[in-house]
Write a new protein. Structure first.
Lengths: 229, 332
């Protein structure tokens, strides 16, 4: 069974911070098209604050997720603050007492993240409403299906990445039904939904980081086998 | 970007700092640096009035903290909803035991953060009820009124509800009259230039030279249509053509008119627009009970204007007439 250690998982959060920082302007530009343009700035502010807090201590993935969640909920606000705050809180809770994070624990993390969102307004959003759910729901489904079909952790993550990307792209031709852009009706067509874009960046980054962790540990295992020989 | 700032990322905190220093007679800080309060709040036996929203709309929102107005405000980043914690702390700050009326605009982030903050306040035994302003006629069709944004009409909602609370109304009465105020209030905006969020450094949308955008939102959300730039008189007609049928406002109605610049339009031009608005309303036999002209609810450095009409009856007239003392709204 492939797994990585909760204790070495904080690198996932560092990678996430970097991705958001690198894409801050891009996200605000997308938001500016049919929203108010603050998405990238606020994401960047929240994730950068998190970076500063993380430096202080040696922590594991679940604690880092919890710190990120608290910053988004209590210090950032906006629409993404509560949404991603609850998203990462769900993830954190689902791996809180796990030493090893395998494909099943990560499935629980994804499910908890999405179900926490249903605590808030966006719960009403379904696939096709032009929101972050257009990325998240199919991506999580693709991951679960792969696991249920006996695919490996890495294979399932690859499936999740593809589905997230496809879900994100689908928002371009959609008419917004929920969320800020929904007031625009037809006029929202032709633009990507910024929540779908940022959640795609987040899932893809997490998947890449985990794949790297798993590959490294595979190399470690192979190396030790080599040495044993 | 030509701005009077230090670091673009610090504009909200630095603005709060200056605002508190300038209005010591009315405003006080709280333990939460993103919550300001009326210095006398919580006022014994009075329903607390709370609002909140993103920054960049001065005088909204903190400019309406004051006597017979708003008790506490949750402050967000530029164009971005305040946090759950800011709303929650504002509720605690404003509550005298009589409950809190949270009166805010219809934006996705505010809706989520207020909802979560109310859950937290419930655990403390603080009763919070809400009215969500949706006066922007251009932001969704009438059948989907619950999707409409709140704009400058919020100022009138705060004035009415603040007066009701000051006169001893209980929470349900304050909520009910705030709802009545906003239900009778309709607004529309015109944008002439885009606005620039300081941290972005450039506008994130475009209005070309010689064009105007009808129905633009307070954050530059796209409007109904982009047309050639019209004269002030033509703008007055176009805007009233959208507002009047929506309620509808008809002959013999009495209205409060609020004309607000969007930040960079000279106040002089607001009066040019008002002259025509008053003329058209007079021709339709709609009586102006009180006009307010100035920068009441702005959008950073956007050029443009919102026109807001509120139909008033005797109850609303009495409440609009009550004295008020805040930075953005003074009445004697």
């Amino acid at each position: 069974m492939q797994y990585f250690l909760n204790d070495e998982g904080v690198v996932i959060i560092y990678d996430l911070i970097k991705i958001i920082q690198d894409n801050a302007l891009y996200l605000s530009e997308i938001d500016g098209a049919i929203g108010d343009g603050d998405h990238g700035i606020n994401m960047n502010k929240g994730f950068t604050l998190c970076e500063k807090r993380l430096i202080a201590e040696q922590i594991n993935l679940s604690t880092a997720l919890n710190i990120l969640s608290e910053i988004l909920l209590n210090e950032i606000g906006g629409a993404m603050g509560p949404l991603y705050g609850m998203f990462f809180l769900g993830m954190s809770n689902a791996c809180n007492n796990k030493k090893q994070i395998d494909s099943i624990v990560f499935k629980d993390m994804l499910e908890a993240a999405v179900s926490e969102l249903s605590e808030i307004d966006l719960s009403k959003a379904k696939i096709g409403d032009k929101t972050m759910m257009d990325t998240l729901i199919p991506a999580v489904e693709a991951y679960k299906t792969a696991i249920n079909h006996g695919k490996s952790f890495i294979e399932a993550l690859e499936k999740m990445k593809i589905a997230a990307e496809k879900g994100k792209e689908s928002t371009k031709e959609l008419i917004a039904k929920v969320g800020r852009a929904s007031r625009l009706g037809e006029r929202s067509k032709g633009f990507l939904d910024v929540g779908a874009v940022s959640s795609c960046l987040i899932l893809r980054s997490m998947a890449d980081s985990i794949i790297r962790l798993l590959t490294n540990s595979l190399i470690d295992i192979n190396l030790s086998r080599e040495i044993e020989k | 970007m030509q701005r009077i700032i230090n670091n673009p990322n610090d504009v909200v905190d630095e603005m709060i700092n200056g605002f508190v220093k300038a209005h010591k007679d009315i405003i006080e800080k709280t333990e939460n640096n993103r919550v300001l309060k009326y210095k006398k709040a919580p006022i014994k036996n009075k329903v607390g009035i709370v609002t909140g929203g993103g920054s960049g709309h001065k005088p909204a929102f903190i400019g309406y903290i004051g006597e017979n107005m708003v008790d506490a405000v949750a402050i967000g980043e530029i164009f971005s909803s305040p946090t759950v914690k800011a709303f929650y702390d504002a509720f605690k700050t404003a509550d005298s035991g009589k409950g809190v009326a949270c009166l805010y605009g219809n934006y996705a982030g505010d809706n989520m953060n207020v909802k979560m903050a109310i859950k937290m306040a419930e655990k403390d035994g603080i009763a919070v009820k809400t009215v969500i302003a949706n006066d922007d006629v251009a932001s969704a069709p009438k059948e989907e009124r619950n999707k409409r944004r709140g704009v400058a009409g919020e100022v009138l909602m705060w004035k009415i509800a603040g007066a009701k609370a000051a006169l001893g109304g209980n929470l349900d009465e304050v909520i009910s009259v705030a709802q009545k105020a906003i239900d009778n209030t309709k607004s529309v905006g015109i944008g002439l230039t885009p606005c620039t969020i300081p941290a972005l450094g450039k506008p994130n949308f475009v209005i070309e030279e010689g064009k105007m955008e009808l129905g633009i939102g307070h954050h530059g959300e796209p409007g109904i249509k982009v047309t050639d730039l019209k004269t002030a008189d033509e703008m007055a007609e176009i805007m009233l053509d959208i507002i009047l049928p929506d309620l509808p406002f008809v002959s013999n109605n009495e209205v409060v008119v609020l004309i607000s610049g969007l930040g960079a339009t000279p106040v002089m031009e607001l009066y040019i627009l008002y002259a025509k608005i008053a003329e058209i309303l007079a021709n339709k036999n709609i009586k102006i009970y009180k006009p307010y002209v100035g920068n009441y609810f702005t959008s950073l450095d956007m050029m443009g204007v919102t026109v807001t009409l509120m139909k008033v009856d005797n109850e609303l007239k009495e409440l609009i007439d009550l004295s008020a003392n805040s930075m953005g709204f003074k009445q004697y």
